[in-house]
Design a protein around this ligand. Structure first.
Ligand code: GLN
Length: 476
């Protein structure tokens, strides 16, 4: 009940597309009853969670923040939601995102942008919400136009957790969409190894890089949620078909035998002084604790974003071809031929970012262009992944980098840039991990002079979540 009440207070920040009052009510009452009978369903019994609105939840709108799916309700649950539900979790709502998860700011949603809690006068209001003065909250938010973006594309999930309306939220991460908003909202954001967590019921963006992500306040919470959602799934053949061994972090953490790499390619132009200082400071702390901290190089890093844009658009062109007004979602009202039905439906249903990516993707996939763009980008993807392998084979255990190059940008400044340029800047540090399938985590470190969260990222070899989370906890 407290969570539902909070969601109405935080409404002006727009973390949710749909607050699932009815589901939450039923699930919470059932959890209460179980508690009275002293027979808890699982580790998450009665715990409020939120799910990004690109995961299917049976009978509930699943919009991808797009007009195309505004009235679409799937007939089945995504595996990750099903697993959380089976452990007793209570679904508070479906969260806001950039349309079809294409973005890094949660500024391109049919339902309007998600606003960051941090850097706004409303912050103190939320933490004294007991006073129940939601009017004040709303007024202050609108007065202040220099608000900060929440990051994206899982900005809704991040703000849902940051405002305390839920304990954990699912994001998705194709190029950084979980870690980026975690960085700007001062949260832990985990992108597990590709194939560790089922994508069944997650509406795809780039199939070979999409990974369900976890947004929470602490590393322990990330472990708890990961242990619930990870593991093989018959319904997703890309999950690794071996039993998942739950992660268990020990109380005492010794990092003195670790070699931690600092890749020079991540200290690029545009990195703020404060992030650079933060990176330096944590490197020193690790050194003082006995870890060996070594400068390393990932020479193909700069090509990562360019290759990603090619691969992303090719997958988008193919994945979004099914939205033609026939089977799913939006259908244009008037048309006189099948061709016109497709054309009108797609023109009306998608925003300009999505349309642009579909057009460019189809261009890359033309027979005469395929070698030149798609195949070349795939070859480069391999080189990017091999850069990491070279380091792991040379006894580097983990990498420490920034997650984002600055604190959360102001909305009015951020939207001056087009979507492509936004992603170029935002995804520089996060995207290579998706190219290589590696697990990576955002760890909040400190507040900037503007009182905004500053964060860093850790990356580990494939399936080394235990090591990743252990060091993340040490840093936290
Ligand atoms: N910013 C990237 C894009 O727009 C990544 C988004 C994501 O991880 N979902 O494609």
């Amino acid at each position: 009940k407290a969570s539902i009440k909070l969601t109405s207070i935080v409404e002006p920040l727009k973390p949710y597309i749909n607050v699932t009052n009815d589901v939450a009510g039923e699930q919470a009452s059932a959890a209460d009853e179980r508690q009275q009978r002293n027979s808890l369903l699982g580790q998450l019994d009665g715990i409020p969670i939120a799910v990004k609105d690109n995961y299917c939840v049976k009978g509930k709108p699943t919009t991808c923040a797009s007009r195309m799916l505004a009235n679409f309700s799937p007939g089945y649950n995504a595996t990750v939601y099903e697993k959380l539900r089976t452990q007793g979790a209570v679904l508070i709502g479906k969260t806001n995102l950039d349309e079809f998860a294409m973005g890094s700011g949660t500024v391109d949603s049919l339902y309007g942008p998600t606003k960051n809690l941090w850097g706004s006068e409303v912050l103190s209001q939320f933490y004294s919400y007991g006073s129940d003065d939601s009017q004040v909250t709303t007024r202050k938010l609108h007065e202040k136009d220099a608000w900060r973006i929440a990051g994206g594309s899982s900005g809704g999930s991040a703000v849902a957790v940051a405002t305390g309306t839920c304990y954990a939220a699912l994001g998705s991460d194709t190029g950084g969409s979980t870690r980026n908003p975690a960085s700007y909202c001062g949260l832990v954001g985990l992108k597990p190894t590709y194939g560790l967590v089922s994508r069944y019921g997650l509406i795809p963006l780039l199939n070979s890089m999409d990974v369900p992500g976890i947004l929470v306040r602490t590393v322990d919470d990330a472990v708890l949620i990961l242990n619930v959602i990870a593991g093989p799934d018959q319904a997703d053949p890309t999950t690794v078909q071996r039993e998942y061994v739950p992660i268990n972090l020990s109380e005492t953490i010794d990092i003195s035998n670790l070699r931690i790499g600092i890749p020079k390619e991540y200290g690029v132009q545009g990195i703020s002084e404060e992030i650079a200082e933060c990176w330096e400071k944590v490197s020193c702390l690790l050194k003082e604790a006995g870890a060996s901290v070594v400068p390393v190089s990932l020479p193909h890093t700069d090509y990562s974003i360019v290759c990603y844009s090619v691969l992303n658009r090719c997958d988008v062109a193919s994945n979004l071809a099914c939205y033609d007004g026939v089977e799913y979602g939006h259908r244009a009202d008037e048309w006189s031929s099948a061709h016109e039905l497709y054309k009108k439906t797609r023109s009306e249903g998608f925003n300009n970012v999505v349309k642009g990516r579909i057009l460019v993707g189809n261009y890359f996939l033309l027979a005469e262009n395929y070698e030149k763009y798609y195949i070349k980008a795939m070859k480069m993807r391999r080189l990017i992944a091999q850069d990491f392998d070279v380091l792991w084979n040379n006894n580097v255990d983990l990498l420490l980098t920034p997650t984002t190059l600055t604190e959360a940008p102001r909305y009015d400044e951020f939207v001056q840039l087009d979507n492509q340029t936004q992603c170029l800047i935002q995804d520089h540090c996060t995207q290579p991990a998706n190219m290589a399938g590696l697990p990576a985590i955002n760890v909040p470190i400190m507040l900037s002079r503007n009182k905004l969260p500053l964060s860093l990222q850790l990356m580990a070899p494939l399936f080394h979540e235990q090591r990743l989370l252990t060091v993340a906890k040490w840093i936290e």
